[in-house]
Design a binder for this molecule. Sequence first.
Ligand SMILES: N[C@@H](CCC(=O)N[C@@H](CS)C(=O)NCC(=O)O)C(=O)O
Length: 252
Amino acid sequence: MSSLYLPETPWPVKDAKGLHLISSLTPNGRKVHILLEELKQAYGLEWTTSLIDIDTLEQKKEWFLRINPNGRIPVLIDNAKQPPHAVMESSAELMYLVNTIDKDHIFWFSDPIQQSEALQWVIFWHASGQPNQGQYNFFRRNDSEESRFAAQRFKSEVLRIYRVLEDHLSGRYTGTRREYLAGDGTGKYSIADINAWPWIRNLRSIGLGDDHLTALPSLAQWVDRIAQRPAVVRGLGEWYDEDVHPELLVSS
Ligand SMILES: N[C@@H](CCC(=O)N[C@@H](CS)C(=O)NCC(=O)O)C(=O)O
């Protein structure tokens, strides 16, 4: 048996034949769900899924930490590789999938300059957007004085980051309006969008305030444009919901 797995590693994980996702219904999980669903539609990709109830801290157990020492979901494992290859960090999982599956560059780019642009937006969101929005969500749900102070700080960072995206999509500095974050002309739907969308889709319900929202029209349109895609609807929803599919839950 590979050293990636322990005797107590749940069998759906260690016996999976090809790609296996360990996830939960969260924004970072949903990024990977959406790309898998897009690749299924485009290429007929098949994979299996296990769900973790993160409230039970299954992700802090030894078997899980072997696969992802960061103890967080999502994790992608390629059991077709010898030894099995595990990928942690949601953006790295998107990169692995486009590099190994997306041969026609439907969700990525063949041109190095466009690749560079797309990677900039992937990293921008991974390094700036999601950590700040994650902290904002944490503190805004708690009503102590310290939390209000912290929530205010993270809210202004989220707004600053949203304005960067708004300026980029509206063409404020380039003169060209864009539909998607990366790609020539008005852009092409890619993992640069998929990486950020599951977080930003909630922009109207995270307490930013109407005055701030009206200043983000291009970002709001981008949210609505991507929400229409069938693979996005599938990636958000019931197939990854432990209440609807308790048979997918794993624990040691
Ligand atoms: N940088 C990581 C963050 C992963 C992350 O924060 N996952 C959350 C759910 S969205 C999680 O596992 N939380 C449970 C925990 O922290 O134990 C990524 O992009 O994959």
